[in-house]
Design a protein around this ligand. Sequence first.
Ligand code: ADP
Length: 163
Amino acid sequence: MTDPHVAMFPGSFDPPTLGHINIIERSLRLYDKLYVVVADNIAKKCLFTADERVDVLKDIFHDSRNIEIVAYNGLMVNFAKENNVGVMIRGVRAVGDFGYEFELAMTNKQMMNDLEVLFMPTDPNYFMLRSSQIKEMAAFGADVSSLVPRQVVELLRKKTDLK
Ligand code: ADP
């Protein structure tokens, strides 16, 4: 049996934005425990390593008790099964996100019937915000400090300095 008080929020988080942080903070108020699961998927080319993405999220949420931030290489339903997770949270920004998220939810439900997928609409401040846009802006030296946590600004700076 899965635990309906335990939720997971999976994603690439490449890098985490204030949109992700907002969904995490709201989920933390709803569930006893929240796993933030960083997809460690070699098929998807990411700017940051899974360790970098996990570490920056751990730094951002170092004060929260009921959160666990982990990297996972595999199907998210398998993570849910292994950890008795009852709820998968997905953020939706606009109607455009919904078609993709709905199909994904159908697939996940087929693979794991006792996992509930719940959609959380974004905060209106963040409905235009996506990680790919942050990477593009940072690559051209634009200021992203109002769109991501300060820890991510530092991480982006380190990455772009290395190039
Ligand atoms: P994925 O590769 O799984 O799409 P992302 O890191 O892009 O991973 O997103 C993870 C989750 O966060 C998804 O449910 C996505 O819809 C949600 N999300 C991303 N950006 C925002 C935002 N600005 N507001 C709300 N939810 C968001």
